[in-house]
Design a protein around this ligand. Structure first.
Ligand SMILES: Cc1cc2nc3c(=O)[nH]c(=O)nc-3n(C[C@H](O)[C@H](O)[C@H](O)COP(=O)(O)O)c2cc1C
Length: 393
């Protein structure tokens, strides 16, 4: 699976460092060339001898132990296809986020221009520390993939979030990251995500349960596939591509229309409200006993953004999403015919294990031609990749 790939494993001074010996074996068993860099503090937790034997390579720790004309922080960064830092301490995460390069590992990370995966592990209070969280967000916004720690019993005796995620997860994400081809290079992909917010007055609104995660996953995968990505969303995501933050259906329509002409693929994964309040109150509405015991809101239809795009599309490929709580396929077939989009991704929102807010999804792809393809339950990232590859093919 990993033949011909060079993986740079960075180990920092956390108690979970011992687990990475097994991860190195997994990479090696699958044919990868593994090079290990440890922070000096990591050497308190694992030995150079063990890592050297498992990786069958020299283990790098000291930055100034330079043997060749090209310093190791440059040559190691140049040679590797991916860098995986696990476990990543709060200290190293924060240094990398701030561009601090004060040891070999942080210097290599600073000089590394390809994909970096970071698997943090630490005490739950360290993980929840505001500065650490800001640094995590900063790294995500630069395209670093963070494999969130898990909750459970921690080595420090606390119960909470901070345990290194499973080695299988780190391994699978590495394989996945290395397998992306640049199929969408030169293409502009516009994606919408999240539920729109329709104001009633300055403090109240009508919305829906959409978390925006499916659209975010599609945007991330499209970026990995080399596309120029624009994510138009109602949610506060951080990512290394253009994000246009919107609120209402009307805002979303304007933002999509601004990007439409120059786009190649438009994926409408957002849950756009069908209706908005006709007369939004400028001031907070008050209840007065005996005067307004009941309240009636008059709603007006929002524009059908998907249908409007399909009517004006020239070269663009337009993909819609439909969330149904019953008769999924029947409703989806009716919708693709009515809207005129090239593909429709049908989502069953009646199940709690997939769809809204869940990290997993199970969808059916409908084509304009009538072809139907069901994608079995998987993480939204895997589903996103399958959708984009299906469309590409
Ligand atoms: C026994 C022990 C266990 C530690 N475990 C962790 C840990 O799991 N995560 C973490 O962020 N820091 C942990 N620390 C603190 C780090 O070792 C410390 O912040 C150090 O400066 C990290 O250096 P490095 O990031 O250069 O490796 C631990 C410290 C000790 C003494």
């Amino acid at each position: 699976m990993l033949k011909g790939k060079c993986i740079l494993v960075g180990i920092t001074g956390g108690i979970a460092a011992y687990k990475i010996c097994e991860l190195i074996r997994m990479y090696k068993k699958n044919g990868a060339d593994v090079k290990v860099i440890c922070t000096p503090n990591a050497m308190n937790f694992v030995t150079k001898l063990t890592l050297q034997n498992l990786s069958q390579n020299e283990v790098y720790v000291q930055e100034f132990d330079v043997k060749e004309w090209k310093p190791e922080h440059i040559s190691l960064a140049d040679e590797a296809d991916i860098m995986v830092i696990a476990p990543a301490t709060a200290n190293t995460i924060s240094k990398i986020a701030q561009g601090i390069a004060d040891n070999l590992l942080t210097s290599v990370a600073c000089a590394f221009s390809k994909k970096i995966i970071i698997a943090p592990a630490m005490n739950c209070n360290m993980w929840n520390n505001e500065t650490v969280q800001e640094n995590i967000k900063k790294l995500q916004s630069k395209g670093v993939e963070i494999l969130e720690p898990e909750s459970g019993f921690l080595a420090c005796g606390y119960l909470g979030k901070g345990r290194l995620c499973s080695l299988e997860k780190i391994f699978n994400e590495t394989v996945e990251a290395l397998s992306y081809s640049q199929k969408l290079a030169g293409k502009k992909v516009v994606i919408t995500s999240g539920g729109t917010i329709e104001d009633i007055d300055p403090v109240r609104y009508i919305s829906n349960y959409s978390s925006g995660k499916m659209g975010f996953a599609l945007a991330n995968v499209a970026k990995e596939m080399g596309a120029e990505v624009v994510l138009i969303t109602t949610k506060p995501f951080e990512a290394p591509y253009k994000i246009v933050k919107v609120k209402s259906a009307l805002d979303m329509q304007k933002a999509v229309e601004d990007e439409f002409e120059t786009s190649d693929i438009v994926i409408m994964a957002a849950a756009v409200a069908d209706y908005r309040v006709k007369n939004q109150a400028e001031q907070k509405m008050k209840k007065v006993a005996g005067v307004n015991e009941t309240l009636t809101l008059e709603l007006v239809q929002n524009p059908d953004i998907l249908k409007c795009l399909c009517e004006k599309k020239i070269h663009q490929l337009v993909v819609g999403f439909c969330a149904e709580s019953e008769n999924l396929l029947e409703n989806a077939k009716e919708k693709i015919a009515k809207k005129g989009c090239d593909y429709l991704i049908a989502n069953d929102i009646s199940r709690s294990d997939i769809g809204f807010s869940s990290d997993d999804n199970e969808v059916t792809i409908l084509e304009k031609s009538g072809k139907i393809e069901k994608l079995e339950k998987a993480s939204k990232k895997v589903i996103a990749r399958k959708i984009l590859e299906y469309i590409y093919e």
